[in-house]
Design a protein around this ligand. Structure first.
Ligand code: AFP
Length: 327
């Protein structure tokens, strides 16, 4: 019949999945549902950005000195709106806000700290390139101060993942027992499961980084790249971390954002970019390092701290770290 779309009979929605996952901490399913709801609203805004005239810069910069896009702020407020209503959410930290927000204290039931980059890669939106939302959820740490409750190693995350607003809208996340993938089905209006227990290829001759900074990279990264050139590697770089990491997760290879002369600690942020992506990649059998340290072991010192990032197939990450060990 014209106009009717087939609906799969084995449909498993995100809510079905969350109800069936065992051993997730109490109140965590509500946090993930809230992120999924926000993602649906953000996806709509991204799709209609040109129509609703929300493309382009606000005319302000965030504390990282990067210009804020109208959609960055819109996505930030959608996520806050959805998360603040979840009774277990205690603290929020976003790329778009200088300080973390206390939503409710532990005494009032605030059990989780949620760190997020509402719209990563947003400078790509004007040219309709894929963008994403990245999130990590941890139990709030001890301490009266919001920063103390938030600043914990990524290994404490109880959920982490991303939403990719691409040719389809994907939600990929882990609650510590493998990585699952959902796609937003526009017919059903919900995220439906399309992949369980994702596994990253052990090796693949692909590197993904901004090679334009070659002369600014430390010598070890330049040596790695020279070797990769000689070994017949392919380069793939979108410039949107979610899209680049997602491709790396499915196809293999290594994604890198090394230190540069301009950004001696790299560009990417530990709490809401590196940690969630490291958790996903490790749960899929990959590796994630900040130079010679495991990303998930780093004790953060500041909300917007930056780290170098090397993540992907274990063999490929190892090839980079071997060069770093040589100095
Ligand atoms: P924007 O959000 O400003 O577009 O930055 C995107 C990003 O944080 C991350 O998604 C990319 O991996 C990285 O920056 C790209 O940075 P370069 O443009 O320096 O390669």
């Amino acid at each position: 019949m014209s106009g009717e779309q087939p609906i799969r009979d084995n449909l498993l929605t995100l809510d079905h999945h969350l109800a069936s996952v065992r051993e997730v901490p109490d109140g965590l399913a509500g946090v993930i549902s809230a992120i999924a709801l926000a993602a649906k609203a953000i996806a709509m805004k991204v799709r209609r950005a040109r129509i609703e005239d929300v493309l382009g810069e606000v005319g302000k910069t965030n504390l990282h000195g990067e210009s804020q896009q109208k959609l960055d702020l819109l996505a930030d407020s959608i996520l806050r709106h959805c998360l603040e209503r979840v009774p277990s959410v205690g603290v929020l930290a976003s790329e778009e806000a200088d300080e973390a927000t206390l939503v409710r204290s532990p005494a009032d039931g605030g059990r989780f700290a949620v760190c997020f980059d509402p719209l990563d890669g947003s400078s790509n939106i004007d040219v309709a390139v894929s963008v994403g939302t990245i999130f990590g959820v941890s139990p709030v740490g001890d301490g009266a101060d919001v920063d103390e409750q938030l600043l914990q190693p990524g290994s404490r995350q109880v959920a982490a993942g991303y939403v990719l607003y691409g040719s389809s809208v994907l939600l990929v996340f882990t609650t510590g027992a493998g990585v699952d993938m959902f796609v937003l089905d526009p017919v059903v209006g919900d995220f439906v499961q399309v992949g369980m227990g994702l596994s990253i290829p052990k090796k693949k001759k692909i590197y993904s980084l901004n090679e334009g900074y070659f002369n600014d990279f430390p010598a070890a990264y330049r040596r790695y790249l020279e070797r990769a050139h000689g070994d017949g590697y392919s380069g793939r770089y979108i410039g949107s971390m979610v899209a680049d990491v997602h491709r790396t997760l499915l196809k293999g290879g290594v994604f890198l954002y090394p230190p540069t002369a301009g950004n001696p600690r790299g560009k990417l942020r530990l709490l809401y970019e590196a940690n969630p992506m490291a958790a996903v990649v490790e749960q899929a059998g990959g590796a994630a390092a900040a130079g010679l340290e495991r990303i998930l072991d780093i004790q953060p010192e500041a909300i917007h701290q930056r780290v170098p990032v090397i993540l992907g197939s274990p063999v490929e990450v190892d090839r980079v770290t071997q060069e770093l060990q040589r100095g």
